[in-house]
Design a protein around this ligand. Structure first.
Ligand SMILES: [Zn+2]
Ligand SMILES: [Zn+2]
Length: 856
């Protein structure tokens, strides 16, 4: 009995000394939940500088993955740091809640999409709260709820009024078996995902488009000003917009005796090509058409053999497109047997159809100049087409090796244009084309208008009505929102799901009051995420998407954080949306975010985490085993935030052990730290000895971490710096226990250590802050300031190089001048032995950094 009691007592003591996140973390989670204002932004009148930190909102799949944990740990560390720096911080979270998976889940489990989605949101919100992420849930935005998507509809109507929304026929994927439209991700190897042996067809359907191309130039030019965005993202957007300046030129279709094509109107008598190098046009040896080009259909109509060959090209193009490999397609072409005439010199060139010519770029037709274009050269070699030199390096008598690609040259074999520079020739050739009305200068873009129609259920209904008398009628504002019906059978059959809900489809015309039909398409879910971050500034507004003054106060976003996979679509659409809102008078900023950070992926064993590979690490497991603090801190520690992170459970365990050491250290010295508050023991004397050594380390650590939060973001080295500091403190444990460091210094050391940890391990920091007698919440404690005098070393180690090679390291007083450093270097024994019998030609001293000797 006595033994047992002893054993229990021992266990209790042991427990007291053990870091136990499973006890600490739920305790604080509960306290924070009872304090909803803790992470709330203050009004603009707070007088504090504002800071808007935002992580990309997740799709509510039902489970956070490690990529989320990493993304949110970065944003949360930054938000906490800025709170401690005295900023008014907006740090919101929401849900990108519309989309296809909810419909697929409905099909699979017979759960209504809304129910499935809201349950997933609740589950993920629980996970986020367990992780201790400091979001202001009062501003939560859920895009699938009518109080949000009604504003998508409102924006759609405003854009319709401004001519930024229009309808046109466009291709969709159609499964004849399902009799419905498929999303791109539902097309698997060219077949329907539900009917593996049914080929998906392309059908023309009336679709809604946003005229994003109206902003193409502004979207492009604005990139130059986004200095806080990664260069790779800006480059990707530039390429996506794909502006190129060039010339459109008509090659005339050679008249064919008895041809019907000649009679079909003027657009069938010429082939308009787009080129950025009209100066090379005398070297064109063929004209090439995209397989979808209107003329090709005319050619193949009377030529079954050609028809079959073109069908093959189309097939190759489609396969490459599906594989996402269009740029690397193996080039094939077929001659049509027809000819076109170069308008500048009357040269007759064959017309080909080629699989690498894209119908939606330029005019869907090119002139092929093998002498001066890599791709054309390759194609001409393959098919034996002539290769003609028309540009020669300036001042050279003999041809350059072809293809010669540079524009730094002069024209040859180009008639009256011979001898002109490429630039001068381009200008004159453009003028000639305009004069004779067979062409013009032209700027083209790769960027296309944004097709937003989706023949899906789980999205924002498009607020348009079709009346037999009045045609297309926009839904009046006072009838918004057009609510998505909730009880609906998802069958993936027979067209748009909303089309099978008569209560939805049948309505009254707002103009004439007669019977009318609603549009049954819903909006692309990228619409939802294009402006959600404005809604956070005024999430409960029932009369407007948001209050202008609130948006003006908070925007632009100071730091946006998310995956690089959103570098193009999401970020271009949101930039477009901001510009539209600006032109509607809703905001004054041109761009949504001042700074963007794209974090690397979380991988496992060198591969992306995926169910099929069986290498998924669940955040819940990690939190259960090691705690939220260790999981979050590991996500920041294991790699620089912009690089990929290979998840190692050993590493999480290591961080957890480190946090245990911090916990024991601070717990042990908390009473001394508390006693240090009277501040009288040292009489204000400057610290010396061990105190000085530890305080110096502390202030160096503060300086380093503060700098990282100001933009370097090497959070991995921040955590490493805290570990070094803790090592130094632990190494001095015996002296600390003996009271060698006075209480005020102990107080500063312990409290600052806790404050430095707060952005990375918020639960442990809160617990320890209480122990060291911290007032209020650690979140409101001021971030420690580094004292540069205290952080400065007494002595510096200066490397000395002789003829570029490290010879030795000398110690000098910090702040020593160049002369003193030079004398120390030249007086060093190792240096002396190396320069004996030689001449020192030059001594270069970089004070505080290095000495270089040049010796002969
Ligand atoms: Zn199907
Ligand atoms: Zn009507």
């Amino acid at each position: 009995m006595r033994l047992l009691r002893l054993h229990l007592k021992f266990m209790a003591e042991e427990k007291e000394l053990r870091y136990d996140p499973a006890a600490i973390e739920p305790k604080w989670q509960e306290r924070w939940a009872a304090e909803p204002k803790l992470y709330a932004a203050e009004p603009a009148t707070s007088g504090k500088p504002k800071y808007y930190v935002l992580e990309m909102l997740p799709y509510p799949s039902g489970q956070l993955h490690m990529g989320h944990v990493r993304n949110y740990s970065i944003g949360d560390a930054l938000a906490r740091h800025m709170w401690m720096r005295g900023y008014n911080v907006l740090h919101p979270m929401g849900w990108d809640a519309f989309g296809l998976p909810a419909e697929n889940a409905a099909l699979k489990n017979n759960t209504p999409p809304r129910e499935w989605t809201l349950a997933n949101i609740a589950a993920m919100k629980r996970q986020m709260q367990r992780l201790g992420l400091g979001y202001d849930w009062a501003t939560e935005v859920t895009t699938c709820l009518p109080d949000y998507y009604r504003w998508n509809q409102w924006f759609f109507l405003r854009m319709f009024e401004k001519g930024l929304v229009y309808r046109k026929k466009s291709k969709v994927n159609w499964c004849p078996e399902c009799a419905t439209v498929l999303a791109n991700e539902q097309v698997v190897d060219g077949c329907c995902w539900r009917h593996e042996d049914t080929n998906v067809e392309q059908r023309d359907l009336e679709q809604w488009f946003f005229r994003i191309t109206a902003y193409a130039d502004e979207l492009l030019d604005g990139l130059d000003k986004l200095e806080g965005w990664p260069e790779k993202v800006r480059t990707m957007q530039r390429n996506w917009i794909g502006r190129s300046e060039g010339t459109e030129v008509d090659f005339f279709l050679e008249e064919v005796q008895g041809s019907e094509i000649r009679d079909q109107g003027s657009d069938k008598t010429r082939i308009r090509v787009f080129t950025t190098r009209v100066d090379t046009i005398f070297g064109a040896t063929s004209v090439q058409l995209a397989p979808q080009h209107a003329l090709v259909a005319a050619f193949t109509a009377t030529d079954p053999d050609l028809h079959a060959k073109v069908a093959e090209l189309l097939d190759q193009q489609k396969k490459a497109r599906e594989a996402g490999d269009l740029g690397a397609i193996e080039k094939h072409g077929v001659p049509t047997g027809r000819f076109a005439v170069n308008p500048y010199n009357g040269a007759r060139v064959p017309i080909w159809v080629a699989n690498y010519i894209l119908a939606d770029y330029g005019t869907g037709a090119i002139m092929s100049v093998p002498g001066h274009d890599e791709r054309d050269f390759e194609f001409a070699k393959k098919y034996g087409l002539p290769i003609v030199e028309v540009i020669r390096p300036a001042g050279q008598d003999t041809p350059a090796e072809l293809p010669f690609l540079s524009e730094d040259g002069v024209l040859v074999n180009s008639g009256e244009y011979d001898g002109l520079s490429c630039a001068a020739a381009q200008e004159l050739l453009q003028e000639a084309a305009a004069r004779s009305a067979f062409g013009e200068a032209k700027v083209t873009y790769r960027l296309k208008d944004w097709g937003v129609s989706r023949q899906r259920y789980w999205g924002t209904p498009i607020p348009m009505i079709y009346c037999e008398r009045d045609g297309l009628v926009p839904v009046p504002d006072e009838q918004l929102p057009v609510v998505l019906p909730e009880q609906i059978q998802i069958t993936q059959q027979g067209g748009s799901p909303l089309g099978r809900v008569p209560e939805f489809v049948n309505t009254t015309c707002p103009k004439c009051g007669g019977p009318a039909r609603r549009e049954t398409d819903t909006m692309d879910t990228f619409v939802d995420s294009s402006w959600y971050f404005y809604r956070y500034t005024d999430a409960k507004n029932a009369n407007a998407p948001f209050d202008r003054a609130a948006a003006q106060y908070w925007f632009p976003i100071d730091q946006y954080i998310g995956g690089v996979e959103h570098a193009i679509l999401h970020l271009i659409y949101s930039r477009f949306w901001t510009k539209v809102m600006r032109d509607l008078g809703l905001v004054v900023n041109d761009e949504p975010a001042r700074r963007l950070f794209t974090q690397g992926m979380v991988i496992k064993d060198g591969a992306k985490m995926s169910k099929s590979k069986g290498n998924v690490v669940s955040p819940d497991d990690m939190v259960a085993r090691y705690g939220a603090d260790a999981t979050r801190m590991y996500a920041l520690f294991a790699a620089p935030p912009d690089r990929d992170l290979d998840w190692q459970e050993d590493g999480v365990a290591g961080v957890s052990r480190f946090l245990g050491r911090v916990w024991r250290l601070v717990t042990k010295y908390a009473p001394v730290a508390q006693a240090g508050s009277s501040g009288t023991q040292d009489g204000g004397a400057a610290p010396t000895g061990l105190s000085l050594k530890l305080l110096r380390k502390l202030h160096q650590t503060i300086a380093r971490i503060t700098l990282d939060f100001e933009g370097r973001w090497h959070f991995n080295t921040c955590v490493a710096a805290i570990m070094e500091l803790v090592n130094d403190l632990q190494a001095a444990d015996a002296q600390l226990a003996a009271g060698e460091v006075p209480a005020p210094a102990m107080r500063e050391l312990m409290r600052s250590l806790v404050l430095l940890l707060a952005p990375f391990a918020p639960f442990l920091a809160a617990e320890l802050w209480e122990q060291v007698g911290g007032e209020d919440s650690v979140l409101h404690a001021p971030w420690p300031k580094s004292d540069p005098d205290l952080a400065k070393e007494d002595e510096l180690e200066i490397p000395v190089q002789i003829n570029g090679k490290l010879a030795t390291v000398v110690r000098v007083a910090a702040g020593a001048d160049a002369k003193t450093i030079e004398a120390a270097a030249l007086g060093d024994e190792k240096v002396q032995s190396r320069i004996v019998g030689k001449t020192v030609v030059k001594v270069i001293v970089v004070p505080g950094r290095a000495v270089n000797l040049v010796v002969k």
